[in-house]
Design a protein around this ligand. Structure first.
Ligand code: C2O
Length: 537
């Protein structure tokens, strides 16, 4: 294994999209930012220098940070932000990790533009478990607003209402020709007829899940969240913010130009939605430059059945070591709620539904971001920043099927759930909510988890069918609207680990919590010490 060094300069970049010029925050003058390339078991060292006036951090999404919790990156969870003009060096090892992952800012809503792909190749001499592709390409999906995203966040949070849709969706920084004023801002892959391509799909979107499809071509999923899957061929797939999916595409159609397109999937939505897809081109060599490209077709924007197909049928390639016995059995409700607007409520204007304000909670607790890093407070043993009473089961009754779930008026708090070192955890995520329901992509830091089951309605322990043989091994799971997902993982990585909805606006509303994984006292696996340059609050 070798060591890969990178220097990330977080900078402001002036870009023109859709005929408007704006300043966005990004890394090394590129948008999307640079790709990190490494091999399994490599050491990665990234010095991040903040050349902007805003606080920043970088999170290595899907990197399990084995015994390196201080390098994880979420602001106020494992570190304080890197302030203007300061640097912090992230160091971690990609222990038994390969595949496509992503990095992104993990403070405020900066992730909208501060993001990029991580590509981890197998060890030298180890082939892919599928025919070697002729070429590989990463496609990074994002949402773009003309408004400064920090202003956008402030406006949404102070209004109490929902987040406005993006002005455009982007594939590798380009919206494509379907938007006004972007006829030539199109990302293109040049294709040799007869060859097979590996596309590494990365969703850095902020608040929206997306369908992805290529006109007249099928997609064979071979990897999800950096872990191989049994090949699964689909016409289209849904990718949630934080997810990465590798697909093989055969260039076996007539010579022409085909759209590779992404369009929003809005599970809860029953009113029509602006749906201009972002389009990139899959252009066969020999295709005339003038001919119009062939358009991709999508399911309806709220077609949950099609959207859920891949998840329901995804299987890990190998036996992944699912814990068959569990030591901790947890049930968390996750959902949106409306709080009454009362004084002195922090949100003054109450422009949410019915004059209330949106809130979101896990087990009826809306997460409140602390003012120091939880990991630091835990390591230093300082009291007063969090409590250890995050409940293992919902505080209030819920019954999604039988009536309105009792998700309203969540309690605000910074609570953690403590897990014994090495404990085998089953966690059922039950999607509830009184304000329409939505698929919530829940992401766990510091661990991957086996998705052993999912279904609609209430989770029922006696009838739920669990797959303990070959479930997919993931880090972000779309918990279906009005349904549940069950995950299992071994809590063997000491530290403080954030778990949250990867729709950024939901996390801001409180759809988040943190686990403390205790250390294996007296073993090698104890809590690491903080690096000397760790940013302080
Ligand atoms: Cu991709 Cu906590 O984040």
């Amino acid at each position: 294994a070798s060591t890969r060094f990178y220097h990330f300069k977080v900078q402001t970049l002036r870009v023109t999209k859709l005929c408007q010029t704006n300043d966005i925050v990004t890394v090394n003058g590129k948008f999307p930012g640079p790709v990190i390339y490494a091999q399994e078991d490599d050491r990665v060292i990234v010095r991040v220098t903040n050349q902007t006036p805003h606080n920043t951090t970088v999170h290595w999404h899907g990197v399990r940070q084995r015994l390196s919790c201080w390098a994880d990156g979420p602001a106020y969870i494992t570190q304080c932000p890197i302030q203007a003009g300061r640097s912090y060096t992230y160091e971690f090892t990609l222990v038994q990790q390969k595949g496509t992952l992503l990095w992104h800012a993990h403070v405020s809503w900066l992730r909208a533009t501060v993001h990029g792909a991580i590509v981890v190749y197998p060890k030298t001499g180890v082939p892919y478990p599928f025919p070697h592709p002729y070429e590989e390409h990463s496609l990074v999906f994002a949402e773009y607003w003309h408004k400064d995203v920090l202003r956008l966040e402030e406006d949404v949070m102070s209004s109490g209402g929902g987040a406005p849709p993006a002005d455009a969706y982007l594939i590798n920084g380009s919206p494509g020709p379907l938007y006004n004023c972007s006829a030539t801002d199109v990302y293109e892959i040049a294709v040799v007829p007869g060859k097979t391509y590996l596309l590494r799909l990365v969703s850095a979107s902020l608040n929206t899940e997306h369908f992805f499809a290529i006109a007249d071509h099928r997609l064979t999923i071979v990897e999800a969240d950096g872990e191989y899957t049994k090949p699964l061929t689909v016409d289209s797939l849904v990718i949630a913010p934080g997810q990465t999916i590798n697909v093989l595409v055969q260039a076996d159609r007539p010579i022409d130009t085909y759209d590779m397109a992404m369009a929003p999937f809005m599970s809860a939505r029953n009113v029509p939605f602006q749906k201009t897809p972002a389009v990139a081109h899959f252009r066969y060599s020999g295709a005339g430059p003038e001919a119009p490209s062939r358009p991709a077709e999508f399911p309806a924007f709220n077609d949950s059945l099609t959207a859920d197909f891949a998840l329901s049928n995804l299987r890990s390639l190998n036996d992944t070591g699912v814990p068959l016995v569990v030591d901790a059995n947890l049930l968390f409700t996750i959902g949106l709620a409306v709080e009454q607007c009362h004084s002195p409520h922090p949100n003054a204007s109450c422009r949410g539904p019915g004059g209330g304000v949106f809130a979101a909670a896990m087990n009826n607790i809306a997460f409140v971001e602390p003012t120091v890093s939880l990991l630091q407070a835990y390591y230093d043993n300082t009291n007063g920043y969090y409590t250890e009473d995050f409940p293992g089961v919902p505080l209030k009754d819920y019954d999604f099927v039988g009536g309105a779930p009792n998700d309203t008026q969540p309690l605000n708090g910074t609570r953690v759930k403590v897990l014994e070192f090495g404990s085998r955890v089953q966690l059922v995520l039950q999607n509830t909510g009184t304000v329409g329901t939505e698929n919530h992509p829940v992401h766990l830091h510091g661990h991957s988890f086996h998705v052993v089951g999912h279904g609609t309605g209430n989770y029922n322990p006696t009838t739920a069918q669990l797959n303990l043989a070959d479930p997919p091994y993931m880090n972000t799971i779309g918990v279906p609207a009005g349904g549940w997902a069950a995950i299992r993982f071994v809590a063997d990585n000491p530290g403080v680990w954030f778990m949250h909805c990867h729709l950024e606006v939901h996390a801001s509303w409180g759809l988040a919590m943190a686990f403390v994984v205790k250390d294996g006292n007296g073993t090698m696996e104890s809590l690491p010490h903080p690096p000397a340059d760790l940013p302080r609050c």
